[in-house]
Design a protein. Structure first.
Length: 311
């Protein structure tokens, strides 16, 4: 379900971007990123509202953000080089860094996230999306001009999608079906992994940072790898950056509006998340603005070190 769902999701999202003349990076930062972060939002709200396990909620957010960068982008960059788009360097990466710093700062004030903190985070997300929409509108004309001479793009989709690409409704259905398969598949993994962890006597914090974080990051993992293999690196990196922004500003923000979230015990983990974000920024801002294989190896080494310390 995860693999096939991601395949349909990426192909359809890219086709919609082309049809609507929206840059793939914007699609990756919004539709794909927010869609693949649906499991994080669902799991976090459910665990906080129904079971009161706020440790799972914050562990899910922080753990997912660490995994998204050092594990998922690390693996993806081993498959192919990931160029960093100019817009990401100017806007998206700084927003991701700012969101992570804000998350730590708000958490340390009172050692919890209040309803006011949640409203602040959600408001910043709305502002960020508004900026993306403005940028997208400005870029549509240029993108349309490029498409007129882009014959190669006609061969990027399968014959099946080529015949139906004029039908926007069909592409939207495939996006929805693909997302459903991704979310439901990851839900099966999360439930099973959580049951195993609890039988082993593992704490909510560890469950959130490992089993839940990895399980809810499976959509990002499959989607990014699928996008990279199809040569759509803008979707791959946009998916990760957008998901990390969404996890903090929406998942943590929305949950905090309904339930106060204790920050106790997450100082080290949130610092690790900030370190991962800084590492991604450094790799992207280096000359060439491309994450190469050695960068992926560095990321995976960092993740291994973090897991050893955590467990």
């Amino acid at each position: 379900m995860l693999v096939k769902g991601a395949d349909w999701f990426v192909d359809s999202a890219a086709a919609i971007a082309k049809k609507l003349r929206v840059p793939e990076l914007v699609i990756g930062l919004t539709l794909v990123a927010f869609g693949t972060s649906a499991p994080e939002l669902s799991v976090s709200l459910t665990s906080a509202l129904k079971t009161g396990a706020v440790g799972i909620t914050l562990g899910n957010v922080v753990g997912s953000n660490i995994i998204n960068i050092v594990l998922i982008l690390g693996i993806t960059s081993l498959i192919c080089k990931i160029p960093c788009n100019k817009n990401s360097l100017i806007l998206d990466i700084p927003v991701m860094l700012f969101s992570t710093v804000l998350f730590i700062a708000l958490g340390k004030i009172g050692m919890s996230f209040s309803r006011a903190d949640g409203i602040i985070m959600v408001s910043i997300l709305v502002l960020y999306i508004a900026i993306l929409v403005v940028i997208s509108i400005k870029q549509r004309t240029n993108l349309f001009a490029e498409e007129e001479n882009d014959e190669e793009a006609k061969d990027r989709f399968s014959i099946f999608f080529e015949k139906l690409k004029a039908k926007l409704w069909f592409l939207l259905i495939l996006v929805a079906v693909g997302l459903f398969l991704i979310v439901y598949g990851s839900d099966l993994v999360v439930n099973s992994a959580t049951a195993i962890a609890k039988k082993c006597g593992v704490s909510d914090r560890i469950i959130g940072l490992t089993m839940i974080a990895f399980g809810t990051s499976l959509p990002e993992l499959v989607t990014s790898i699928t996008a990279a293999r199809k040569g759509k690196t803008d979707i791959a990196i946009g998916n990760i950056i957008g998901s990390n922004i969404f996890n903090i500003l929406c998942v943590a923000g929305v949950t905090a509006i309904f339930v106060p979230l204790s920050f106790t015990g997450f100082k080290t983990d949130s610092t690790a998340a900030l370190g991962a974000a800084i590492l991604l920024a450094l790799l992207c801002y280096l000359p060439g603005h491309t994450i190469k294989r050695w960068g992926g190896i560095l990321m995976l080494t960092g993740y291994a070190a973090y897991m050893i310390k955590l467990l």
